[in-house]
Write a protein that binds this ligand. Structure first.
Ligand SMILES: *Cc1c(COP(=O)(O)O)cnc(C)c1O
Length: 461
């Protein structure tokens, strides 16, 4: 292309105003102008690289794509039909109606976040849920931070900074890519002292590693993987006895936040291997840490419970200010804990979904598929499994009923993409060239929405 031709092509590109006026009018002008600018800049780059100028229609399409991509990136609700209960990518535990009400009440106005209603003076944001947590876990004291990664970091920094913290090589885990025990330990200022082997660690390994430099023993539940076969780990009780006999503290990261083995309605067998917070406290850990949005079924939070003196040391840590939760988190955590105290665990969405019987889900799946319009795809309801996800109970297989769709033409990927493109978005699973929908993680009120999405997706593919 000659310089002259190029100048001509560049001149043919429309003004920003003209392009933005041609974009979907329901979007705010600022967004339309920004998208028009970007589409024009990209077209200009193309011309400078020697390509022809796009038509006006192409530019409108390019700018609209940019706008749509931007809209899709915004945080929004979707329907989780994967059957993964605590799907980390999909926001883990849904909040209960009571939790949402508490968020609305506290969030819309002022609250006693740091205000003592008895004295009319300044109070502490760390008091609100502390008593309930202590009651529920039978710990002396409790503290709430933003997430469990922060809880572990705070515990290590507050109790073992500059000292060695002993940990089994079988527990140097990574969770969800960003949480790696060795890195958290390095950040905390505690010096990692590994003992034992990947599959076997004995009490003697810990005892032999204790020196005047030791500050803590750290026990971490390997939430998302299992070592089977010739294995040995040391129970919390023995580690607590060892730690206390040598003037050390035991920090136990149980991870998933199963409060107790004695929940009303019982704990299902697929959680048999999950350690409970109750047991970890009873076994003598000085600090037990866990997430608020895994098996607890509440908001994203990190919870520390344990001995009064250890918790008091953590309360004095400057890190606490950086890890503190906001009022809406505290409000929804509070409401979630009330459900446990009231024995109304079924009011917590996670537990309601987790404890639903496969027969119940089968009835819903059959009703949903019966109402679908004629299609060339093969649709059947089959037995299958849901899972907990969220790095909890990796081997858990919860019997469920799956809607299995084998598209006639387009393929499973195309069908899943069409479901994802639906409004509201429906996320499904793909297995063996079939799209699988598990209604366990779908609110029954949304069954009709999933049916509509599936009907539309089948028609389009
Ligand atoms: C999930 C998990 C964490 C991280 O908790 P977040 O709340 O996601 O920060 C830490 N330790 C264990 C054992 C876990 O299972």
């Amino acid at each position: 292309m000659t310089a002259e031709q190029r100048a001509l092509e560049l001149r043919s590109i429309p003004q920003v105003d003209r392009l933005s006026a041609a974009l979907p009018q329901q979007l705010p002008p600022t967004l339309r102008v920004a998208a028009a600018r970007r589409a024009i800049a990209e077209a200009t780059d193309q011309i400078l690289l020697g390509e022809g100028a796009p038509s006006f229609g192409h530019l409108v399409a390019a700018a609209t794509d940019l706008l749509n991509a931007q809209i899709r990136r915004r945080l929004r609700p979707l329907i989780n039909a994967t059957g993964v209960l605590l799907h980390t990518n999909l926001g883990r535990a849904p909040l209960s109606p009571a939790a949402l009400e508490a968020v609305a009440g506290v969030g819309a106005g002022y609250s006693n976040l740091e205000f003592d209603l008895s004295s009319g003076k300044r109070g502490s944001r760390y008091e609100h849920s502390a008593e309930m947590l202590a009651t529920l876990t039978r710990a002396e004291s409790a503290l709430v931070v933003n997430n469990n990664a922060a809880a572990v970091l705070l515990a290590l920094a507050g109790l073992s900074r500059g000292k060695e913290a002993i940990i089994s090589r079988g527990e140097l885990i990574e969770i969800g890519g960003e949480f790696r025990i060795p890195e958290i330990m390095a950040e905390s200022g505690a010096v990692m002292r590994e003992v034992g082997t990947t599959n076997r660690t004995h009490l003697k390994d810990y005892a032999d590693a204790i020196t005047p430099e030791t500050g803590a023993i750290l026990k971490v539940h390997p939430s998302n993987y299992q070592v089977t076969g010739f294995t040995k780990s040391v129970p919390g009780r023995e580690l607590a006895e060892l730690a206390h006999s040598r003037g050390l503290v035991l920090i136990h990261d149980v991870g998933s936040g199963l409060l107790s083995r004695h929940l009303p309605g019982g704990v299902p067998s697929w959680l048999n291997k999950e350690p409970s917070v109750n047991d970890a406290v009873e076994d003598g850990a000085d600090i037990v840490t866990f997430s608020g949005d895994k098996l607890l079924g509440g908001p994203q939070a990190g919870i520390l419970v344990g001995r009064t003196d250890a918790v008091a040391r953590l309360r004095r840590s400057p890190l606490l200010r950086a890890f503190r939760t906001d009022k809406t988190t505290l409000a929804s955590l509070d409401a979630t804990l009330v459900a446990y105290l009231a024995g109304e665990v079924h009011h917590i969405p996670f537990w309601r979904m987790a404890l639903a019987g496969a027969d119940e889900i089968l009835v819903r799946a059959k009703a949903l598929t019966a109402d679908l319009p004629e299609t060339r795809a093969t649709i059947e309801v089959a037995e299958g499994f849901s899972t907990t996800g969220g790095g909890s109970a990796p081997a858990s297989r919860i019997p469920t009923a799956l809607i299995r769709v084998e598209p006639a033409g387009g393929g499973a990927q195309t069908l899943a993409a069409a479901l994802l493109g639906h409004d509201p978005h429906v996320v499904a699973r793909i297995e063996d060239g079939r799209v699988l929908l598990d209604l366990r993680t779908v609110d029954p009120a949304d069954d009709a929405v999933v049916a509509a999405a599936l009907a539309a997706a089948l028609k389009a593919t």
